[in-house]
Ligand binder design. Structure first.
Ligand code: MSP
Length: 477
C-alpha cells in the first residue's frame, strides 16, 4: 500500500487558536481524507510548538509556570481540532519526552557531521518571529509582522553551517526534487538563496525555556531547530517503525510567513543529518479579516469556535476553504460567511439533495439506464476535481463540484420529471448517481454531513426510511 505523510505547522502554544491557525489543519485534513479514499496509508501529523522566549514571557504574564501554561494552550488546540473533525494520526508536543529525545538525536547528527561551530552573535531579535531581524526591515523601529520592538542581543551561540548546503538546496529546489508549491513561493526562495545568506544559530544563551544543547547545557536549542524536528520526532525518529515507514514527508503544509524556515533551514539541516528531504512544501497565503491583519487590539480575530457554533463543523471547514485560492493572500469578509453558507450549502447542495431525495421517496426507484448527458458531466467533474486535488488546489476542486450541483438543479427544472412518467426512472436514477458522486467528492471536505447524506440515501434505496424522517442537511441561517 502506498504511504502518504502529511504535516501541518506546529502551533505556538502562546494564545488561543484563530481561523488562520485552523486553516492549514483543515486543509491538510481534507488532503489526508482524500488520500485515504484513494487507498493510501496516511500518516497525518499536527501539534504544538511550546518552547521559546515568547511563550516563557506569556506564561509569566499569566502567572503560571511555562509547562502549566503550555499544557492549557495545547489542549485548546487539540480540542478545537477534534471539534473540527480533524483526523490526525498523532498530536506532537515539543515538551514531550519523545520529541526531546528526537531533537537530541538530530542535533547529535549535525554535530557529528561537523556542521555546528561556536560563534558570537549580535543582532536585533524579534520574539514574535523567534528570529533575528535586520535593521533595514524594521518599520518605525518595530518588526513589521508582529509590531514588536526587537531586543538587541549579544551572545555566544552555536551556529549551523548553512552556507555549505546552499548550492545543494538550490539544485534540489530548482529541479523540483524538493517541490515548492506554488511557483511564486519557489521563486521567492530561489531569490533568497541567491543573496548572501548568513549561517544561523542553533542555540540561544539567554533563553531558558527549551531543550538544553547536549554539548553545552547552559545553551538552549534554538526554538526553530527544535520545532522543525517535530516532523521526525512525531514518527519516533530515529529508530521507530513509523519513521522507517513514512519518512520522507510527502507534503508539509505551511503558511507564507514560515516558508524560509521550511524551504531553506529545514532541508539544510536534514542534508547535514543525512536524512532524505521532504517531497513537497505547500505554501498557503495569509488572510486578513475585513481588510486588516487579525489582531486582538483591532478586535477582528475570528474564533473558529464561534463559526462552529453558528454553522456547524462541516460548514466551517467548507467556508474557510472556499474563500479564495489557497495560494493567494486573501481577505475574509465576516459577513460573507452567512451569504456563502446560504448560497452554496443551504440553497445549493442541501436543496439539491432535498429535492432529489423527496422525488425518490415520492416515486418508486425503478431500474433504468442513465442519461448520457448527466454521465458525461459527472465524469468530467470527477476528472477535473482529481486534477485539482492532486495539486492541492482545494478551492478550485470545490468549484468543480458546485458546477455539477448547479447543473443537476437546472436539470430537474428543465426535465420536470414528475410530468413525464415514461422518462422518470432514467431521470431519477441519473440524479441519484449525480448526488452519489457529489457525496464522494465532498466527503473529504464535509465528512459528517456527507456520511449522513450517504446513510440516508442508502436507506432510501433499500426502503428503510421512516415516513416522517428528514435529512436536515444544511438548514438556512
Ligand atoms: N510555531 C511556528 C511553526 C513551526 S513549524 C515547525 C509558527 N506557529 S504559528 O502559530 O505562529 O503559526 C502557525 C501557522 O498558522 C503558520 O503556518 C501561519 O502561517 C499560520 N497562520 C497564522 N496566522 C495566519 C493568518 N492570518 N492567515 C493564514 N495563516 C496564518 O509559526
Amino acid at each position: 500500500m502506498n504511504k502518504f505523510y502529511i504535516t501541518t505547522p506546529i502551533y505556538y502554544a502562546s494564545g488561543e487558536p484563530h481561523i488562520g491557525h485552523a486553516f492549514a489543519v483543515i486543509f491538510a485534513d481534507v488532503i489526508a481524507r482524500y488520500k485515504r479514499q484513494k487507498g493510501f496509508d496516511v500518516f497525518f501529523l499536527t501539534g504544538t510548538d511550546e518552547h521559546g522566549s515568547k511563550i516563557a514571557e506569556k506564561a509569566k504574564a499569566a502567572g503560571k509556570n511555562p509547562q502549566e501554561y503550555v499544557d492549557e494552550i495545547s489542549k485548546l488546540y487539540a480540542d478545537l481540532w477534534k471539534s473540527l473533525q480533524i483526523q490526525n494520526s498523532d498530536f506532537i508536543r515539543t515538551t514531550s519526552e519523545k520529541h526531546k529525545a528526537g531533537v537530541e538525536k538530530f542535533i547529535e547528527k549535525l554535530w557529528q557531521a561537523g556542521d555546528i561551530y561556536q560563534g558570537e552573535y549580535e543582532g536585533l531579535y524579534c520574539a514574535g518571529c523567534e528570529n533575528f531581524i535586520l535593521e533595514k526591515d524594521l518599520a518605525n523601529g518595530l518588526c513589521p509582522d508582529h509590531l514588536l520592538k526587537p531586543e538587541l542581543v549579544k551572545e555566544k551561540n552555536y551556529f549551523f553551517n548553512l552556507k555549505k548546503y546552499i548550492p545543494f538546496i538550490k539544485e534540489k529546489i530548482g529541479n523540483n526534487e524538493l517541490k515548492i508549491i506554488p511557483e511564486s513561493r519557489k521563486n521567492e526562495i530561489l531569490n533568497i538563496l541567491s543573496a548572501n545568506l548568513p549561517d544561523f544559530s542553533v542555540t540561544r544563551e539567554k533563553v531558558q525555556w527549551g531543550i538544553p544543547f547536549p554539548y553545552e547545557k547552559e545553551q538552549i536549542i534554538y526554538v526553530w531547530a527544535d520545532a522543525l524536528t517535530n516532523y521526525l520526532s512525531g514518527l519516533d525518529f530515529p529508530d521507530g517503525e513509523k519513521f522507517k515507514k513514512y519518512w520522507p514527508a510527502d507534503a508539509h503544509i505551511i503558511g507564507a510567513d514560515i516558508n524560509k524556515f521550511h524551504s531553506i533551514y529545514w532541508p539544510a539541516l536534514l542534508m547535514s543529518a543525512g536524512i532524505a528531504l521532504p517531497r513537497k512544501i505547500f505554501v498557503h497565503g495569509l488572510f486578513t479579516v475585513n481588510g486588516q491583519k487579525m489582531s486582538k487590539t483591532l478586535g477582528n480575530v475570528i474564533d473558529p469556535k464561534v463559526l462552529i457554533e453558528k454553522f456547524g463543523p462541516d460548514a466551517t471547514r467548507y467556508l474557510l476553504l472556499s474563500q479564495f485560492p489557497a495560494f493567494e493572500h486573501g481577505d475574509i469578509n465576516e459577513n460573507g460567511f452567512m451569504e456563502k453558507y446560504n448560497a452554496d450549502l443551504a440553497n445549493g447542495v442541501g436543496n439539491l439533495f432535498g429535492r432529489v431525495f423527496a422525488m425518490a421517496r415520492r416515486f418508486e426507484i425503478k431500474e433504468s439506464g442513465l442519461d448520457n448527458e448527466v454521465v458525461k458531466i459527472i465524469n468530467e467533474t470527477k476528472e477535473k476535481y482529481e486534477k485539482w486535488m492532486e495539486n492541492f488546489q482545494l478551492f478550485e476542486a470545490l468549484k468543480e463540484v458546485f458546477v455539477l450541483v448547479k447543473f443537476l438543479d437546472k436539470y430537474i427544472n428543465e426535465k420536470q420529471p414528475w410530468k413525464s412518467p415514461e422518462n422518470l426512472p432514467q431521470i431519477l436514477n441519473s440524479l441519484l448517481s449525480g448526488v452519489e458522486e457529489i457525496i464522494v467528492l465532498l466527503s473529504p471536505f464535509m465528512p459528517q454531513k456527507m456520511e449522513a447524506a450517504n446513510d440516508f440515501l442508502n436507506r432510501l434505496k433499500s426502503g428503510k426510511i421512516q415516513p416522517d424522517e428528514k435529512l436536515g442537511l444544511f438548514p438556512r441561517v
